[in-house]
Design a protein around this ligand. Sequence first.
Ligand code: PG9
Length: 618
Amino acid sequence: MAAPIFAGPVTADMVQRGSDIAAKWKDTHPGYDYERREVMIPMRDGVKLFTVILIPKGASGLPILLERTPYNAGGFDDDKPHLRDALRPSKREFVDDGYIIVNQDVRGKHRSEGAYVMTRPPRGPLNPTKTDDTTDAYDTIAWLVKNVPGTNGRVGMVGSSYDGWAVAMALLGPHPALKAAVPESPMIDGWMGDDWYHYGAFRQLGMDYFSGQMARTGSGPRIPRPGADDYQNFLELGSAGAYAERYGFDQLPWWKRFAAHPDYDAFWQLQALDRIVPQHPSDVPTMWLQGLWDQEDMYGAIHTWEALKASGHGANNHLVMGPWYHSQINRAAENLGPLKWKGDTAADFRHDVMLPFFNTYLKDRKPAQPLPEAMIFNAADKRWESFSDWPIAEKQVLKPLYLQQDFALGFEKPKAGEDKYVSDPAKPVPFLTPPVDGADHDRWTTWLVQDQRNISTRTDVLSYQSPVLTEEVRVQGAPIADLFIKTNGSDGDFVVKIIDVYPPSYAEQPELGGYQLPISLDIFRGRYRNSFEKPEAFEPGKTAEIKFRLPTMNYVFKPGHRIMVQVQSSLFPLYDRNPQSFVPNILFAKPADFKPATISILRAAPEGSSAVLLPVVK
Ligand code: PG9
């Protein structure tokens, strides 16, 4: 017999007739050492931006540290009673020292109102509205100094990458309360050498960013992958345009603008901040900071700083280059891949240099040492070096290191001769050993220090090597790749790498024996060799010069090591394949356009000798 159902009295309080969701929940934060305010700050056009303000309890006379971001200003732990635990570790030094921390969503992202535009160009021909991220930063700072309790009325701005771009934008017309700024790895010129292209070669692995950022106001999806290996996924789909079409990118207005401008035309030039910032130089003390192996924004900080210095604004602008991958300044940095440093180079730098830099202008506290013009890590000696005039022009010569017969490398000019390889778009050179997973953070952030032995024996990679060094070769500055080539294709890419080859056995760190460590590398799309705006086909059989600047080095090739230079024609699938036959827009190259090409590197030609011009110092 079934047990009787208990049928005691049902009282009214047992029954929920509405919803179990609180009518109006108010956080109670017992024991918190800070107050969290969420406000909508009105901009001059009435649009309101979502802003999180974190005020230490009892704040009085504290400066504000502001970061503007498209990456969800409110998206950090708020269940931690101590502010230093709630925030990213990179803000800890500032919390400990006494700062009010403010994060804001840029227009149209996450909880901010308004329309989102990808790295919205400054007001002008590309942005006919009355607002941009200069005015939004200005209006935000004006509101903060008026409305936030406990401040001393001074604001500093910080942020990496997109957020670093937002700092650079604020500097185009800063509010008077903005007293110091640190753009970290800022995205500055998306065509020349930051996120989207490098010298015209498209970084197609970044396409997930397009959907992630612009499919929704919040976070968007990653592009679905048919297989686990992005080398195969991208190869099978053909061109970046075919990839975009398959995954519905025509829904993204940005993709349409982007894809219509593969060349360095007005669309790119009018948003290149290394051109624009020096036209509107500010008096705000600014530290332009980036990583020496920054796999995303290697170009922006140093080029903007150099342009400011060249136009006479070096006095309030400083350059910092750390031994870091992209944004590693905000993470632990005891090592970069297999390269080990003495201590946490990021935390130490933030504590010993960046915080004192802000404190100088936001708290009138004199630093122990004034910040030099440039501070650049020397990864060979594993220490920071300070420069009062970078690069040390009078001590530096650009010394050609020639590609020589039998794949030797040396400072003596070679005799005529050439080395050939077949670049086959059906078998592009991988930038990372496959399988490649574009979402693998560890491999992505360290690919620039990956051992190049993985590809140096390929027949389509030319590896030139110096004898074992008997004396150190010290380099400080930006090297230049200068190749004289012939190809039977009508287009082609050129990758040049400067590599430190470790001794075959290396007792200090045995796993580095024979390691081929890239110190500086980049890719150049050959059609832009004469003009970035007007691409030109190669003429088969005619010598062409491919000359481009490589990333800056502050390094010592030590006795016992060798210097290597590698030349190849693809870095796949990070960069899209060059079809090697000239088409109007490589993004939309058709399968039949992709053709193998035989490429000759002329060691010496009447026009010149192929070399890497090294910034050697005595
Ligand atoms: N490198 C990223 C990015 C910046 C700007 C535009 C697109 C991408 C970033 O880390 O924010």
